[in-house]
Design a protein. Structure first.
Length: 128
């Protein structure tokens, strides 16, 4: 049996901190002051200070949309499929960021065996 151990860990996040903008947007969608108060209380109690996304909240938005892409359009949010396609588009960038932070040697990169379903990670692993 092969033994496995973790030698390094790295993380990456999308560039835009959207938590405050999203919380404000969600609160603004509620017309009932009591419901808005409950939501704001829940947001505060959750202890989440930052939430990151590739969707840039507030960039070209209207009062009905959180973002310029209209993914979060009041009364007509995008489907999970559409949001996952957006994530799929940006996931390789996150992967490259993580790999760079791991500071792997060429030999270490070539020894990684993981390939995500439907993707060829090997090209990203070997790039430097």
């Amino acid at each position: 049996m092969t033994s496995v151990c973790i030698q390094r860990i790295a993380t990456a996040t999308p560039p835009h901190d959207v938590h405050a903008a999203f919380s404000e947007y969600a609160s603004g969608m509620l017309y009932d002051p009591r419901a808005r108060s409950v939501l704001n209380h829940m947001v505060q109690r959750a202890g989440i200070n930052h939430r990151y996304s590739y969707v840039q909240a507030g960039s070209g938005n209207t009062s009905d949309s959180l973002d310029g892409e209209n993914l979060f359009l009041s009364g007509n949010f995008s489907t999970t499929e559409k949001r996952m396609k957006l994530f799929e588009h940006f996931a390789p960038h996150l992967q490259r960021c993580v790999l760079d932070r791991l500071a792997l040697s060429a030999k270490e990169r070539s020894s990684i065996q993981h390939d995500a379903p439907g993707h060829s990670d090997r090209d990203s692993l070997r790039r430097r």
